[in-house]
Design a protein. Structure first.
Length: 390
């Protein structure tokens, strides 16, 4: 058996020669002075050589360790040479299939509006990619996931943490389905987030509605953000439906807003009667943004709509973020309108909630418009009244 002194003192000769260690391991000394470790083995009677590195970069102890790993493969009938090639291919595939790459692929596959995809990608870029974006998706562990969730919670963003958890799990689901990951590491830590106790999607009492509207009026933010927020309340539209509103969708003379199917959650056109307050609001916006596609264009790129994240930012600034979210507007409207005695069918038609019966759905769309117009005018008047009482 060799010692380290043997390896150091092996001098080059005119011809290549070998210094044996044991069980097929030897040091090959070349005329150039390069000393290379080799392992000679046989599989199915065929002899092969496996390179283990050069001395002294790979010392005697490490060479023996590498050789022992190779022997274990040989005992299983696996060629160390072929195994190395497969591992190289696997590393190359892993480097191409980073978490970020798979996440972007997942987003591209979703049947979402572009603005929704952009919002989800923005969350990933801010919260998830800095930690695991460059890692092969197969190498992301539950510890990585838990660290992301805990750091997001400590920043005081439980809703963002919950969204990050759901999104990461969906990305891993795609990775597993396409054989790029073995399991979803989110599953092990799925209950790590505390229950959301803020109840920010609850129906607001009347006094809180008035206080919210007054606070938002005086928050000193962007004029567009304020009016998009008001339009959402006056029509009980979804936040994204409000901020993405296009001028071509409105007929202000008829006081109607027709939201196309491509922007609706149920993928059906939706006709919204506009109370006089909403028409006045839109007429006030016309001189400001009437030359653009969107009623509420993005501040930095006028060719895109504003993001409903502006609502959340304003609410956080006002101290409302833990008590109310923009999606709670529709819950509030539905609850209060039911209390006022309006028919369930009319309220559901206004909220564009899915009606499973196609004949009944068509009937609702054609018949309830005038009843909804009366209801929404009453709703807008009540909002003014509640605001004044605050």
């Amino acid at each position: 058996m060799l010692t380290d002194a043997h390896c150091r003192n092996a001098k080059p000769r005119e011809k290549l020669y070998r210094v044996n260690d044991y069980k097929g391991l030897y040091l090959e000394v070349k005329p150039s002075g390069v000393k290379a470790w080799r392992y000679r083995y046989k599989i199915a009677g065929k002899e092969s050589l496996f390179a283990l590195g050069d001395y002294p970069s790979v010392g005697l102890a490490l060479a023996r360790e590498k050789c022992e790993e190779a022997r274990k493969l040989v005992k299983l009938g696996t060629s160390p040479v072929q195994n190395r090639q497969l591992e190289k291919i696997k590393r190359e595939l892993d480097s191409a299939n980073t978490f970020e790459a798979v996440a972007k692929e997942w987003i591209a596959l979703k049947d979402w509006e572009e603005v929704t995809k952009a919002r989800r990608l923005d969350m990933l870029q801010r919260v998830v990619f800095p930690a695991i974006g460059r890692l092969p998706v197969r190498h992301v562990t539950s510890a990585h996931v838990l660290d992301i969730l805990n750091k997001t919670l400590k920043r005081g963003a439980p809703t963002v943490a919950a969204e990050a958890k759901r999104t990461m799990s969906s990305v891993f689901e795609l990775a597993v389905a396409t054989l790029r990951a073995d399991a979803d590491p989110v599953w092990a830590v799925r209950k790590s987030l505390p229950p959301n106790k803020t109840q920010h999607k609850r129906a607001l009492p009347i006094d809180e509605v008035g206080k919210l509207l007054v606070d938002f009026d005086g928050h000193g933010g962007n004029f567009q953000t304020l009016n998009a927020f008001k339009l959402m309340w006056l029509t009980l539209s979804r936040p994204n439906e409000s901020v993405q509103a296009e001028w071509l969708e409105f007929d202000l003379e008829k006081a109607l807003w027709e939201i196309p199917a491509r922007r609706m959650k149920a993928r059906r056109d939706h006709l919204v009667p506009l109370p006089t307050q909403a028409v006045e609001l839109l007429n006030a916006m016309r001189p400001i943004t009437g030359h653009t596609k969107f009623v509420f264009p993005n501040r930095d790129d006028r060719a895109r709509p504003m993001a409903d994240a502006a609502f959340r930012q304003a609410l956080k600034k006002l101290g409302w973020a833990t008590k109310y979210s923009p999606h709670g507007t529709r819950t509030t409207g539905s609850t209060r309108l039911n209390e006022l005695g309006y028919r369930y069918d009319i309220i559901e038609a206004q909220l564009a909630h899915a009606e499973p019966n196609s004949v009944r759905r068509s009937y609702n769309h054609a018949t309830y418009l005038e009843e909804r117009r009366e209801m929404m005018q009453k709703w807008a008047d009540l909002l003014d009244e509640w605001r004044k009482k605050t």
